[in-house]
Design a protein around this ligand. Structure first.
Ligand code: NAP
Length: 415
């Protein structure tokens, strides 16, 4: 919708965008309108009282609902669900228009159906799309969208959904297709969840930390006590945490890259990128940034703990080098950290006295997933596999497997 070009007065080519209509001149409507205007969209507001609307961004026009929607194909409904009852009267005018529901609720699952589904029942002729509800008016206005630039979009009509996603891209946001309107309930619950993207990383980190704490306590504290009556409880303060941090950090770092590798193999197997990944993989891919950040935090703690153990100068030096590399947070870092763990234990894994009660040392457990990820990556970068995956990501499809591949966007761009 946004790619029409007109010749401006001096013969220069200007980029003309289609007019966007916003119903509601409240906080969200105004902030969103301001953002659209800055990105070059003409904006019209539909209001109950156009003559008395105040604080509207300069450059926007305001009309009655009926007049405003005649000007635009796409209408953003910045009105609370409780006030949707004026819409059925506009049903005929909304025929074939794209109606975007940005609403949220104050409680999870507040209504039996999502607001977007309710809207679709009220105005069945319109193509309802859910989206933008996770973006706050404040962030739109202040421009501080860096941390929350993802916009989740869902809807039954693919073309309408693409139009809404185009608008999101044009104002600097990253749209993520969440499927049909059935997903709207989940999107509406999303802002009510506490740090939703951090939940999975937090659970994984907590689980790994507890596991390695218990494991290292058994090996470093309980074993010496049972076998030699030696009190090694002082190790709980520094030595045990300093085993937990690097192992958890390394595993988290590899978990950051594992979903990308799995997704690549799925695409290779399917021979297309135009097919949604399983939900668990989508969720995993969406929280990779958080996993990487926690991995970095744990690596930093490991460096700190290593520095306060005065006798370990060589280790300290190695880690200073590694942390410099860690800032790149790439596969190279994963390789270096795994190599660091391997170097740490290269002379230990053959010593039978180190296998307390036959248990492998913690660093060995910590290396399992990183090694799997590195092997998968190695396979993926071999020229023939790399060529195939690049073609798939450029849109090529293996016709033998997918004769009529369903067209839908997935998280391929995030891999
Ligand atoms: P708001 O400041 O209260 O504005 C709501 C607007 O709805 C009013 O300014 C009014 O505009 C219109 N309205 C009120 N009663 C109406 C009625 N009976 N019939 C028709 N229109 C009516 O609320 P908001 O913060 O902008 O939120 C609007 C929607 O965006 C909500 O669904 C909210 O969940 C969603 N949202 C808000 C944010 C945010 O950060 N604020 C973020 C994401 C999503 P007129 O006077 O011009 O008619």
């Amino acid at each position: 919708m946004e790619n029409s070009f007109v010749m401006a007065g001096g013969g220069e080519t200007a980029h003309k965008r289609d007019t966007i209509c916003i119903f509601g001149t409240g906080d969200f409507g105004r902030s969103f309108g301001m953002r659209l205007l800055k990105s070059g969209y003409p904006v019209v507001f539909g209001s109950r009282d156009p003559k008395h609307s105040i604080l509207l961004p300069s450059g926007a026009q305001v009309f009655s609902h009926a007049d405003a929607l005649k000007i635009s194909k796409i209408i953003f409904l910045a009105v609370h669900r409780e006030n949707y009852d004026f819409l059925p009267a506009l049903s005929d005018l909304l025929d074939e228009k794209v109606l975007v529901d940005v609403s949220n609720n104050i409680r999870m699952n507040q209504y039996p159906e999502s607001n977007a589904q309710y809207l679709a029942q009220l105005v069945p002729k319109a193509n309802v799309v859910k989206g933008f509800n996770t973006v706050s008016a404040w962030a739109l206005q202040s421009g501080s969208l860096d941390a929350s630039s993802q916009v989740f979009v869902c809807g039954d009509d693919n073309k309408s959904k693409q139009l809404v996603m185009d608008v999101a891209r044009s104002i600097g946001l990253t749209p993520l297709d969440q499927g049909s309107l059935l997903a709207a309930q989940e999107l509406e619950n999303y802002p009510l969840q506490l740090f939703p993207m951090w939940r999975l990383p937090f659970i994984i980190t907590a689980g790994l930390t507890v596991f390695f704490f218990l494991y290292c306590t058994v090996i470093d504290v309980i074993y010496p006590y049972v076998k030699e009556k030696k009190d090694s409880s002082y190790r709980l303060a520094i030595s045990v945490p300093n085993r937990i941090f690097p192992n958890v950090s390394l595993i988290l770092l590899s978990l950051t890259y594992l979903p990308g590798a799995i997704a690549a193999f799925i695409q290779l197997y399917r021979g297309t990128k135009y097919k949604r990944f399983p939900d668990w993989l989508n969720r995993w891919m969406l929280c990779r940034k958080q996993l990487g950040l926690v991995a970095l935090a744990y690596a930093f703690l490991h460096v700190l703990y290593t520095l306060i153990i005065p006798t370990r100068y060589p280790v300290r030096q190695r880690w200073m080098q590694n942390i410099i590399e860690a800032s790149k947070l790439g596969h190279v870092t994963l390789l270096l950290c795994t190599a660091h763990a391997a170097l740490f234990g290269w002379d230990r894994f053959l010593q039978s006295r180190r296998y307390k009660w036959g248990l492998p040392q913690a660093y060995m457990l910590g290396m399992v997933i990183p090694c799997i990820v590195l092997v998968l990556k190695l396979i993926l970068i071999t020229p023939c596999v790399d060529r195939m995956i690049t073609r798939i990501r450029q849109g090529w499809e293996s016709k033998s497997k997918y004769k009529a591949a369903p067209v839908c966007i997935n998280n391929a761009s995030l891999i």
